[in-house]
Design a protein around this ligand. Structure first.
Ligand code: ADP
Ligand code: MG
Length: 227
């Protein structure tokens, strides 16, 4: 427990620092983007390849900053009693367009009556978005993602998100959630860090089951009665 507390302390400090830095970086970024657009319009020769790289690197910086800001946004946190099935449905609606483009279907099954839980709906939505996005991204050939919500026992709900993607080797499972751990060319390696932190703050836990070449399931357990 002490180790867990220390870990979340460190994360809070990191979060506060990150928020400060992120705000400082955003303004010059806006100026950079504006001037690069002006430059692109006034340069004679065809430098479009350079401009594409510049633009895509700038948006990479932006997505890193955005994810850091999510991590460090205490003012927006508001816990309330809510049914996570609703949160999950909203999340799936949000991601369906992207999923369809990638030939992926997201199937939701809800087992039995799911009680409402005390939670921060926006944060849980963020977790579901992160995990589902990863699932979509590893299913290069399309296919089905199974989302299942059920009551595990009297005190816990489990949300499982199962993909049929690349899978993760055992030694790499340990690295999930470490800041900046990514295997993607355009990845930030922050999505799972943020997600694990949010689930921990809800006094839940994340378990990962994976088989290389077959797929991965993220099981997120959440307590029904907190506080
Ligand atoms: P990012 O998606 O930006 O790389 P994440 O924190 O979301 O950062 O994920 C970190 C890494 O964990 C990914 O780069 C990938 O290697 C691995 N990963 C996460 N989810 C999955 C999944 N469903 N299947 C296979 N690998 C995954
Ligand atoms: Mg991700």
């Amino acid at each position: 427990l002490e180790e867990q507390l220390r870990k979340s302390d460190t994360l809070n400090v990191v979060g506060e620092l990150a928020a400060g830095i992120a705000h400082e970086i955003r303004n010059p970024m806006t100026a950079l983007k504006g001037f690069i657009q002006l430059l692109e319009g006034s340069v004679q020769e065809d430098f479009s390849m350079y401009f594409n790289v510049i633009t895509s690197e700038l948006s990479r910086i932006e997505s890193i900053i955005t994810e850091f800001l999510i991590l460090a946004r205490p003012q927006a946190i508001k816990y309330l009693q809510k049914n996570i099935c609703t949160i999950m449905k909203e999340t799936i609606d949000l991601l369906n367009a992207q999923a369809i483009l990638e030939n992926v279907q997201i199937k939701l099954s809800i087992e039995g009556d799911i009680p409402s839980i005390y939670c921060e709906p926006n944060q849980l939505k963020q977790v579901f978005i992160n995990v589902l996005k990863n699932a979509i991204e590893v299913m290069q050939n399309g296919g089905q993602i199974d989302v299942c919500i059920k009551q595990r026992d009297e005190k816990h709900l489990v949300v499982s998100i199962k993909d049929r993607g690349t899978g993760i080797s055992e030694d790499k499972i340990k690295r999930l959630g470490q800041p900046f751990y990514t295997t993607k060319e355009r990845g930030t390696g922050l999505g799972l860090m943020v997600s694990y932190k949010i689930i921990e703050e809800h006094r839940g836990n994340v378990q990962v089951e994976s088989e290389e070449g077959k797929g991965t399931t993220f099981h997120m357990t959440l307590p029904i009665n907190q506080k």
